[in-house]
Structure formats: C-alpha cells, structure tokens
Design a binder for this molecule. Structure first.
Ligand code: KG4
Ligand code: ZN
Length: 353
C-alpha cells in the first residue's frame, strides 16, 4: 500500500510517497521538502501571503519530483493525503485543493490530515512504536504534551498558554539581532556562554498540571537587555542565550516529567516518550530529555531531524494509517486554520492548539 502525502501548512512545501512495511512501520520511498527560509528571512518570520504564493509556485513540481524519486507511477498510488490544517489558511488551501484534485482525477481515496496528528504518528512510521505513548511536540508553532492512545485518539495533557517554545527562541534571537530562524543561532551562541550570568525565571515550574508559559521568560530577557543599557556585546549575547536556553531546558524537563506523571495516572505506563518538532534538534534539550528518560525508565524516541520538522512523509504516513482503518474524507472537506487534536480539551485562546 502506497500513499502520496502533501504538506503546505506553514513555510515548508513538501511531498512524499510512503509504503507500508510488512510487520509494521513504513518505508519512505521519497521525501522532497522545499524550505522557504530564504523567502522569509528578510522579514524575520513567516509571511503568510508570501508562503501561500510560494506553495502555489512550488507544489506541482514537488509532487512530480516525489513520484519520480520514489519510482512510483501515479496509477500505482493507493491514496492521496494532504494536510488540511491547522496552519496558515492560504497555504493549507493550496495543498488541500491539490490533494483533492489529484484524488478526484485518479479516482483514489482521499485523506484530509491533521498536521498535528501527522507529527504525533511519525514515530510509528520510523520505529513502529505501539500505542499508547506521550508526545512532546515542540516547534515554532506548537508546544504540547499529548497522550497518543490510537489513531484519532488523542488527549491533550499540557500546552503552552502563550508562545510556542520555537517562537520564544526566534523572538529572543531577534532581540539579539541574530538571523532567522533563531533557534539554531541561539543554541550556537549559548555554547560559548555562561548559563548562570543572568537569573531568568522558570515559568510554570512545579505548578499543577503540565502546561507551559514562555512569554514571561521572553520578557525577562528583554528587560536584561534593557538593563545593560547598550547593544549586547558578543560575550553578553552568548551569556543571554545560555541563560535563556538553561531556563527553557529546566522548564521542558519539569513539564515533561509532570506530563509523564499525568499520563500514568490516566492511561497507565506509556510505551515511550516521543519528541517531535524543530526544537527537538536542540542538543541541550535532547540531553535533558535523555536524563528524564533514564530517571523515569520511559524509552525516549526522537525521530531523525528531517522527520521532526515539517515534511510530507509524516502526512503520507498518517494517510496510510487512516486508509487502513477506512477513514477517508470527501471532496467537501474544508481547510481548518484551527484544528485541535483533542476536541474535548479547553480551547486555547492563542490559537496554538
Ligand atoms: O517544526 P519546525 O521546523 O517548524 C514549525 O514551527 O512548524 O520548527 C521550527 C522551529 C523554529 O522556531 C526554530 O527556531 C526552532 O524550531 N529550532 C530550534 C532549533 N532548531 C530549530 N530551537 C532551538 N534549538 C535548535 N537547535
Ligand atoms: Zn509542524
């Protein structure tokens, strides 16, 4: 069974063909990603209109390349999957409409995929992880702890009440005049810095529940910069980055530990702690999670970096999982800029559900 997956919810245009592997998991036959970083760099962040136009220009060719690289003819596909949200509406419309058109033209089943569900199921593509497990999703748009109990069965255990962690990294980088995207730059600068130089807050530490808050930490960094009274010098930039990163590491460790505890109380022992999203590339954060895994005895799984960030293979895989269960969608499926995985959870006012 083979499915084509299309991803256009943010600033990556991506297409991929994934095939079901006998005995569990999947084989990625192709995974073509065009990251629009260059298109948005001058603005210090993703510009929705520019992203939507770039998806229009790039997607047809990317789909063609994904089929060629997989050496699969269109007729040999068993289904088409496209991310239908949550994300920037213009981009979502481009991918969803293209996916529907291909499915209609080829008379193939169509699967409208929740982008967050695709992140949540990626560890099953790469490692065949069994349900239930705890997902820590940390990207530029999302910061959530989700109990993944089965396909379509998700319980939100924790979430940011304001900024996403990647967003906080990007905003701190911007304050320090580091280029976009800021996460890797902050991490690089932090390597040379003193994490104890600035005493920054650890928002939500040891609070009941497993929610995150990042905006107070971001503001604290701004206040430290103002206190300096001058543009931070390279040594100060390094110390600010190191102090900020140390605070984030503490917060992630504490909140994920709380998440594991809540998971156990509600669903029994998790089979794994799965980490996804661009922030999972951060070495200090990975180390903290490895320590947590050793202490709690819960296996840590971090899919390879190119599958942690946005890609088409995760959409194709979620499509395969759903197709196997007969969960297909009609041509009337509308794009969803907001689409929480756990519909029963209290809505988040920041739109980051
Ligand atoms: O998952 P992703 O590629 O895109 C979405 O946001 O959907 O994540 C990108 C985010 C950006 O905010 C970027 O700054 C952050 O992940 N990031 C990092 C690192 N690499 C990427 N944050 C901290 N440390 C890193 N090494
Ligand atoms: Zn994503």
């Amino acid at each position: 069974m083979r499915v084509l997956g299309i991803e256009t919810t943010c600033d990556e245009t991506a297409a991929s063909v994934v095939q079901l592997k006998a005995g569990g998991g999947g084989t990625i036959l192709s995974n073509v990603v065009h990251s629009q970083i260059a298109e948005h760099a001058a603005y210090g962040g993703v510009v929705p209109e520019i992203a939507a136009r770039a998806h229009v220009e790039l997607l047809d060719n990317l789909v063609r390349r994904a089929l060629e690289a997989a050496d699969v003819a269109f007729a040999e596909l068993d289904g088409i999957a496209a991310a239908a949200g949550p994300g920037l509406i213009g981009g979502v419309m481009v991918g969803l409409t293209t996916g529907k058109a291909l499915a209609l033209a080829g008379g193939k089943p169509f699967m409208a995929i929740n982008h967050l569900e695709a992140h949540a199921l990626t560890a099953r593509l790469t490692d065949g992880v069994e349900f239930p497990y705890l997902l820590l999703l940390v990207s530029g748009g999302h910061t959530q702890l989700i109990a993944v109990r089965g396909v379509g069965q998700y319980t939100r255990i924790g979430s940011t009440v304001d900024d996403a962690i990647g967003e906080a990294f990007d905003k701190v980088a911007k304050m320090l005049d580091l280029p976009y995207p800021g996460g890797p730059q902050v991490e690089k600068a932090a390597m040379e810095g003193d994490p104890a130089r600035f005493d920054l807050p650890r928002p939500m530490l040891r609070r009941p529940g497993a929610d995150f808050s990042l905006s107070g930490l971001k503001t604290a960094v701004r206040l430290e910069i103002e206190k300096l009274g001058h543009t931070p010098r390279p040594g100060e930039v390094a110390d600010l980055c190191a102090s900020f990163q140390a605070a984030v590491v503490d917060v992630i460790g504490d909140r994920t530990r709380a998440g594991l505890r809540l998971f156990r109380e509600q669903f029994g022992p998790p089979r794994a702690l799965v980490v996804a999203g661009g922030v999972a590339a951060n070495t200090a954060i990975r180390h903290a999670l490895t320590r947590l895994s050793t202490q709690t005895g819960v296996k840590l799984m971090v899919p390879p970096a190119q599958l942690c960030t946005d890609n088409g293979a995760m959409i194709a895989w979620a499509g395969l999982e759903r197709l196997q269960l007969g969960l297909t969608d009609g041509m009337d499926f509308a794009p969803r800029p907001r689409w929480p995985l756990d519909a029963s959870a209290t809505p988040l006012h920041n739109g980051k559900a």
